[in-house]
Design a protein around this ligand. Sequence first.
Ligand code: ADP
Length: 246
Amino acid sequence: MSTLLEVSGVSVTFDGFRAINNLSFRIGDAELRAIIGPNGAGKTTFMDIVTGKTRPDEGRILWGEKSQSLLGMNEAKIAQAGIGRKFQKPTVFEEQTVFENLQMALKNDRGPFSVLFYKTNPRDQERIGELAEEIGLSDQLYRKSGELSHGQKQWLEIGMLLAQEPRLLLVDEPAAGMTPAEREHTTTILVEAAKTRAVVVVEHDMEFIRRLNCKVTVLHEGSVLAEGSLDHVTSNQEVIDVYLGR
Ligand code: ADP
């Protein structure tokens, strides 16, 4: 698997406190990866540095085949380069239908003025259909998004991000607040999505991570504490101690 994202020796300090401490790791092209770690481990800050929200004090963040540096690029440029981020709370347009939300996401992908000149063409209709299928909302296309369940809104937002064709999708706690059936469906969406692009999932729910069946990175005090299968990392004594607060 070729490397898509390489974080190397990155540190972030907030008021003298090292939230990220000499962090290094790689994400492969079309890889599904889970990131876990106790509260304060640096998971959110990691996503902030990759998406350009927070600038590291030191280290390198390299992207794509050409190992392009993401440092110095703003959030919009990084999104354009192909990194999408799903925050924990879904932010869909509640007054619009599922179809319209997906349509807006496609428009957004075409630059700042595209909204003014946009007309739905058959290719977009088809793409919206495919996206709805991917997120399991084909039978809800003409429903107002505000009427969807919490889980369905989360899936719609994932669909809106997929519309922008990211090569890497960062997803923050996708299973939070979901029913078991919704969690299961979310697993399917993410596993399918990771067949054609990299997906990094930050999540607390270990059962959910088990179903993702992917490599897990454990962060602690801003560094990688362990990496490997879920069984491998959860049998690591240091990881057990950190989770038990020892
Ligand atoms: P996680 O997402 O794993 O819970 P965070 O990345 O949110 O961890 O935070 C890592 C550490 O950095 C925590 O100790 C947190 O209090 C601290 N931190 C995060 N953001 C800031 C900030 N803007 N200013 C000061 N400290 C921060």
